[in-house]
Design a protein around this ligand. Structure first.
Ligand code: GLV
Ligand code: MG
Length: 325
């Protein structure tokens, strides 16, 4: 290990994160009763300019009056390039900051963007005497944000998670895509011809690089990497496949832009019983090996070492967190 210690963000269950437009308060109660881990009440792209002010009011009222249970509550503020942002932060943190766990910063581009919001939030928290500190979630969704992802990830002690915003990222990089989070058949490889000349087309995952890069920046700074939206909510199989790819790369959660996607995210992002069972057996086998003075042992015919035990511990810890939720 490096001498450099990585501070881990507060352990927060974040398998699913539901987007709820702040301009549609009729959706709030249902969201509060859902099985989602985190809810972000949106002030940004799901809210038309004329509705921004009312959405802010709706959110303040809802944070104070609705019983959100143990869910983590977030607001997605408007971008730093808009004049809405300062009032999003000032009004909501001043008037409902005690029930707010997180602020989601969209289209973050540089570490200075994070610094600016940190300064504002710190002043309001101090002035109000809030005991709890609000955490930050950053959407990496522009070429600039991706270029500076490492600095952004390390820019504030409030940082908790990085989110891959595939829709805006596609727009910013001018990627060729039509469905949010979907893939493009042009991103494919052709197999060599077989004896009869036939060739197969294998579709590739055009988001692999971006997601993997964001995962590394998040983990190197102790943050949760979270995969963003999958637009076609009538395609649960497509959603599941995207969530699984993200989970395989190290993501802990995925957005739900429709309530039907919550269960899919929770299912993919929770370890299975078999995985938890195996992790517990790894920990037990390693404890027995350590007691016998052995460094590496095998379990079910496979080598397990200290890297395996760290993975197993993470998994068992996650299962305990889920059980306690
Ligand atoms: C999310 O905000 C996205 O742009 O995908
Ligand atoms: Mg976006």
């Amino acid at each position: 290990m490096s001498f450099h210690t990585i501070e881990q963000a507060p352990a927060r269950l974040n398998r699913s994160e539901l987007a709820v437009p702040g301009s549609q308060p009729q959706l709030f109660e249902k969201a509060a009763k859902s099985d989602v881990d985190v809810i972000f009440l949106d002030l940004e792209d799901a809210v038309a300019p004329d509705d921004k002010e009312q959405a802010r009011k709706n959110i303040i009222e809802a944070l104070n009056d609705i019983d959100w249970g143990t869910k983590s509550m977030s607001i997605r503020i408007n971008g730093l390039d808009t004049h809405y942002m300062y009032r999003d932060v000032v009004d909501i943190v001043e008037q409902a900051g005690e029930r707010l766990d997180l602020i989601m910063i969209p289209k973050v581009g540089t570490a200075a963007d994070v610094y600016a919001i940190d300064m504002l939030v710190t002043q309001i928290e101090d002035a109000r005497g809030y005991k709890k500190r609000i955490g930050f979630e950053h959407i990496i969704e522009t070429a600039l944000g991706m270029q500076n992802v490492n600095e952004i990830a390390g820019a504030s002690a409030r940082n908790e998670s990085l989110h891959f915003g595939v829709a805006d990222y596609a727009a910013s990089t001018r990627a060729r895509t039509t469905i949010i989070g979907g893939v493009n058949p042009d991103y494919a490889v052709l197999t060599d011809p077989s004896d009869d000349g036939a060739r197969d087309v294998h579709w590739g995952d055009m988001w692999h690089y971006a997601l993997a890069r964001m995962v590394v920046a998040a983990r190197a700074n102790g943050l949760r990497p979270i995969d963003g939206p999958f637009g076609d909510f009538s395609d649960p199989d497509g959603y599941r496949a995207a969530a699984k790819r993200a989970a395989v790369l190290g993501c802990e959660g995925k957005w739900a832009i429709h309530p039907s996607q919550i269960e899919l995210a929770n299912e993919v992002m929770s370890p299975s019983e078999a995985e938890v069972d195996r992790a517990q057996r790894i920990i037990k086998a390693m404890q027995e090996a350590a007691a016998a003075g052995k460094g590496a042992v095998s379990l079910d015919g496979r080598l397990i070492d200290y890297a395996s035990i760290r993975q197993a511990e993470v998994l068992v810890e996650k299962a305990a967190q889920i059980a306690a939720a």
